[in-house]
Write a protein that binds this ligand. Structure first.
Ligand SMILES: [Zn+2]
Length: 172
């Protein structure tokens, strides 16, 4: 009989190797959706559980992959953030980046952000789509979430007012 402490170390390690290779859709891997330099820097374990993986898979299948098929390679700057990581980056306490009620991704394609935003808004099913700051012409990045069976199709614009973030209804 081996020492049980050895197993406690090995099982999470194997789980992480297994997750490293997991593909969520044709062009999106779990590694891409969980990557975070902040998590590495702060030593936060950003490993998702099975339910979170399922939410991420639905986001990829229904939003990110169709977007990629239409516009070509998509740059995800933030996908999953476990609650500890979300707190560290100053995310909202109810952020869908935590993948506890659907899942969310931030996309930053610079000058192409408006095209990304409009394509999602006009063609895809989503829970929340946010034009994040930027100008009238182009957002700094695009936030999109998907929550199977509970998609609200809500379109918002994030602005800074007196140093605080406000979410306004998006009016094109
Ligand atoms: Zn976001």
């Amino acid at each position: 009989m081996g020492h049980p402490n050895v197993l406690y170390g090995i099982i999470p390690y194997c789980y992480k190797i297994y997750l490293c290779c997991m593909q969520l859709s044709k062009n999106f891997s779990l590694a891409e959706m969980t990557k975070s330099v902040t998590a590495k820097r702060l030593g936060i374990d950003n490993t998702p559980n099975e339910q979170q993986i399922e939410y991420l898979r639905e986001l990829c299948a229904n939003v990110l992959q169709p977007l990629r098929d239409e516009l070509g390679p998509i740059l995800i700057t933030s996908g999953l953030r476990v609650p500890e990581l979300n707190k560290a980056v100053g995310g909202s306490g109810t952020s869908q980046h935590c993948a506890l009620n659907g899942a969310a991704a931030d996309i930053d394609m610079d000058a192409k952000n408006t095209e990304v935003f409009n394509y999602i808004k006009d063609n895809l099913v989503f829970d929340q789509l946010i034009w994040e700051f930027g100008s009238k012409e182009c957002p700094d990045w695009v936030h999109v979430s998907y929550n199977y069976g509970k998609n609200r199709g809500q379109v918002l614009r994030a602005v800074k007012q007196n140093g605080k973030t406000k979410y306004l209804n998006y009016e094109s």
